[in-house]
Write a protein of this length. Sequence first.
Length: 445
Amino acid sequence: MYDVAVIGAGPYGLSIAAHAAAAGLSLKVFGRAMASWRDHMPDGMFLKSEPWSSNLSDPAAAHTLARFGAERGFETVHGSPLPIGAFTDYGLWFARHAVPEADERTVTLVAPADGGFRVETADGGGVTARTVVLAVGVMPFVHIPEALAGLPSRYVTHSSGHSDLGGFRGKDVTVVGAGQAALETATLLAEQGARPRLVARTDRLNWNTVPQPLERGPLRSLRTPHSGLGTGWTSWVWSEIPWAVRKLPASTRAHIASTALGPAGAWWLRERYESRVPALLGHSLRGAEAGGGRLRLTLNTPGGGTETVDTDHVVAATGFTPDLDRLALLDTPLRSAVGTVPGTRAPELSAGFESSAPGLFFAGLLTAPSFGPSMRFVYGATFTARRLVAGVRRRLRAGAAVRVPRPAGPVPSGPVPAAATPATSATSASPAVTSAEGPRPVREG
């Protein structure tokens, strides 16, 4: 029986695996390294975050993006966007040097077993482990707007469904959304010979400003400190002290979940976008009907009326909705027993990223309601890996077997005994928040 099974081999899974291996834990990693980055991002995209804030994490900080760039002969410079392909290659390099070889078989089930968990794979194989870490990335949580849901993929796809946009050459393509994924997808479509338009509910697009120099005077640095998620004190709190964000009350977390770090485009994309892509701002989807090989969209207009648009295809750059119920690989009774953050369908987590099911840990997007918006970005992998592996080691010392209690709902506010559930206060700045209109997705930005 392994000490820990890590399911997922993206930036979070690889970072956690590197820390677990360095801690001497017996480890099994499942997943195809950097699969989402390799398979779901078109050529020509760039990393939105700064290179210095895009490192995967190992305890000695020996496998940084800067070191990889130096070995490969390119610079990682503040204020200079890095191609997605270079970052993907960095992740693969990190996997080779800092992590035990991953098992690329697809995990189909995680279920309680005597003294831990049973992890089964699609070929009928599997292992047992005392603890399990789910670092599954964002792909299970793709969000398609209700007006487009159920339409065939020949008409509607999600922005994460494309590694090559060249097939849209000469076609009319409508991109829905207002974040980086929408703006960059629309721009790349135009540059590759398609005829894109953007449809967005917002009446004004937001663009990030050119990053300030790293070396600045003390007064300017104090007013607008640098952080892994940008400049300013709010961004600094989100990125540098997730442990404090977690202590916020549930109502505050819900507000953060629906407002913090909203959709915005990278500063370096703006000129390319504005010269090529027409936009219908202040418009929202009302309905869609396929016919004659095309799709007719009905849009609500800013003045309260409607407008129709005929298009060959719609790309929904509409983010991701964190939802435990979408993790079909989790045994149903186990999934139902995991307590959630009030107002979300994301797990409530302890300071060590452990859920209310002892030994079951989460990383990445699903943890944003407990630790804040940095969990939506590569930058959050360092904090996560250190805290989570420490949590795994505590669980292994405690030696408690997995117990599956009755189905759990949201974890209530207020103190609870440590043996009953994890700490009850957490924070969210990106996952879904239940409202009168239903769950709000995390926007890609």
